[in-house]
Design a protein around this ligand. Sequence first.
Ligand code: SF4
Ligand code: SF4
Length: 378
Amino acid sequence: MLYRKLGSTGEKVSILGLGCMHLPIINGQYNKVDTNRAISLIHKAIDNGVNYLDTAYPYHNGQSETVIAEALKGGYREKVFIADKLPSWLIQKRTDMDKYIEKQLERLQSEQIDFYLLHSVKADSWSNLESLGVLEFLDDAVKDGRIKYTGFSFHGEIELFFDVIDSYNWDICQVQYNLVDENYQAGKEGVRYASSQGVGVVIMEPLRGGTLVKNVPPEVQEIWDESVVKRSPVEWALRYLWDQEEVDVVLSGMTTLKDLNENLGIAEQGLTNTLTSTEKEIIKEVRTAYKGRKEIDCTQCGYCMPCPSGVNIPANFEQLNHAYMFQDVGNSRMNYYMLLKEGERASSCIGCGDCEKLCPQMITIQKSLKKVRETFEK
Ligand code: SF4
Ligand code: SF4
């Protein structure tokens, strides 16, 4: 296993982290973790050098945290860092923060959480948490030892990312970043900025929820196949990330020993600056091929905004485009409901037509929003 220094913390973390949101389950029931299989998976990962476990309050309805606690008995706890997260959406007052972290420490049977992140920071959750004093809460929890390091996981726009990074002395951030999404949410710019500020960078969704390896579109597969160096889509996706020195840990939500073995093998090669210019060119071609599958030619310029009715026009088109690019309506529908507030969704369009005069791409916005509605809301 290769290790990197995590931002300014100085901690040496494995470049591969175990995301514990897709542990083995019984009879396809997400809330029933198969404890024995999950523990063997966690042990095998740690025995092979993985020292970063990522969990969160809602994963497996709380069982991710309790199974980790079981797995770390008998000397394993000292070998790993646990990253856990404050469920931002459940916080209505300052005392809720203390209530949830106490519950999490209890579930983890641990006296300290190594990395405690604000879960899923986006515009609304950030302003709520900030106004309720979350930064003072983090200061207090570090001071009294409930947590060692602070961080946040992010799902907002890049401008917000800069604001959040500049608002506090964070130890780490966790962002969605992969070979196609270089300019989505925090993206490449955010990753570079965080790293330049000494904030450790943890990557989630390196395979875009699996979409970069399942259902690979034929035009993308053709490009991979033409490469002289033969790699699986998983290997390309992980090597792309580990090649960058700003990236510290890449999380993978592994379910089976097969997934784990595959990722462990790839991690052996995960050194920085090892991809050749030809290999980087291939990745660029793949990115272009994915982008060519966009359904709507929206550049996300935002000239059509603000919509008097509150519709977040570019965000709606972004999710529709993702559904087409990655042939995955399910995942995009989930993001549509998770990332857009009700009033921002396509169904809030009242058909005034104001936006269409402003779009440099001449997109028939109302018609396209109808397509968004039909795709996600039916
Ligand atoms: S047509 Fe719909 S999306 Fe466009 S500005 Fe009017 S309400 Fe907003
Ligand atoms: S103006 Fe057109 S291209 Fe720009 S964000 Fe709006 S819909 Fe997209």
